[in-house]
Design a protein around this ligand. Structure first.
Ligand SMILES: NC(=O)c1ccc[n+]([C@@H]2O[C@H](COP(=O)([O-])OP(=O)(O)OC[C@H]3O[C@@H](n4cnc5c(N)ncnc54)[C@H](OP(=O)(O)O)[C@@H]3O)[C@@H](O)[C@H]2O)c1
Length: 281
């Protein structure tokens, strides 16, 4: 599929560990320009896992980029997100111009889509333990009523993971691991981009220097490792940076336990969450 290591989800689907987040690409560059960034990420950085969402209004950008580059459906893994409800799902299929779509929330409908083979994997985003328990309970109850209905455990929970949110997220990460739900981390570079000057900075700098890595490479690998080898969704408008990040996953060894723990320890000194405030409740 590409140079990046893959992980296998609980439904057997294989996903590249590192995904290109197109939400930020659109926010920073605009819808039209984001098509070029998506093409750059795919062609020059070899990122074949593309993350989008209805909320970012950019599924079409992915579809256009794929069409322009002549990318076959099987050559990419697309994650997308919809809010609850049937209408968004219908428009999603139309805007993506694709047979298969990615993540979603309306669980029963998502299970139906998977049964109809309209999507490979189904998962959730920003789900807390309580939300997952509720989803799993509902799915189980339906199974007893209708023997045709398969009980599907979400394959992924996409959540914010970085050193300043890790302590709060850890019970959820462990819960997902126990249930076989892979974590897809976003905002892994928050300590550099969104909250610079915090207690993690020097620790990450020192590790990067020691290992001959860049700070973003260290933080992305860290997010992957603290989520039991999970998916990491990041983004960049810079080709060289993306290529470096891909290299961190394809050619660089994991951080040592001591390095992982040093970042965890420093991160505990500050709590900062950028997205989905309900995750702290
Ligand atoms: N499910 C959800 O609720 C949710 C929420 C938020 C995001 N997401 C997804 O996750 C994706 C990534 O989110 P994110 O933007 O928060 O990811 P991130 O990986 O934390 O940050 C990416 C940003 O970091 C910058 N960057 C990278 N290395 C840097 C360095 N060494 N120094 C300074 N800046 C650096 C990049 O800018 P350059 O262009 O300069 O490299 C880019 O703007 C989004 O696009 C979206 O697809 C999902």
């Amino acid at each position: 599929m590409n140079d990046i290591n893959n992980i296998k989800l609980n439904d057997g689907v294989v996903v590249p560990m590192l995904g290109y987040g197109t939400g930020t690409a659109v926010r920073l560059s605009g819808k039209e320009e984001s098509i070029d960034f998506i093409k750059m990420a795919y062609s020059e950085a070899k990122l074949s896992h593309l993350d989008c969402a209805q909320r970012y209004f950019n599924e079409e950008s992915i579809a256009v980029a794929m069409r322009d580059l002549g990318i076959k459906r099987d050559d990419v893994f697309i994650t997308t997100k919809t809010e609850d409800g049937e209408t968004p799902l219908k428009s999603l299929k139309k805007s993506l111009m694709l047979e298969e779509i990615g993540l979603g929330k309306a669980w029963e409908m998502m299970e139906q889509l998977q049964r109809e083979r309209k999507t490979r994997s189904i998962g959730v985003s920003n789900y807390r333990i309580a939300d997952l328990e509720e989803t799993l309970k509902t799915a189980k109850a339906r199974r007893t009523d209708d023997s045709d209905t398969r009980f599907v455990v979400p394959s992924v929970n996409q959540i914010e993971v970085h050193p300043y949110v890790f302590e709060k997220a850890k019970p959820l990460i462990d819960y997902c691991h126990k249930k076989g739900i892979a974590i897809a981390s976003y905002a892994a570079l928050a300590s550099i981009v969104r909250h610079p000057g915090g207690p993690v900075d020097q620790v990450v700098k020192d590790i990067a220097k020691e290992l001959g890595m860049t700070e973003d490479q260290v933080l992305l690998k860290w997010a992957h490792q603290v989520t039991y080898g999970g998916i990491v969704i990041t983004t960049s408008l810079k080709k060289e940076r993306l290529q470096g990040q891909v290299k961190a996953f394809s050619h660089m060894p994991d951080l040592s336990d001591a390095h992982v723990q040093a970042i965890i320890h420093a991160g505990k000194k500050l709590h900062y969450r950028r997205f989905a405030g309900h995750m702290d409740s």
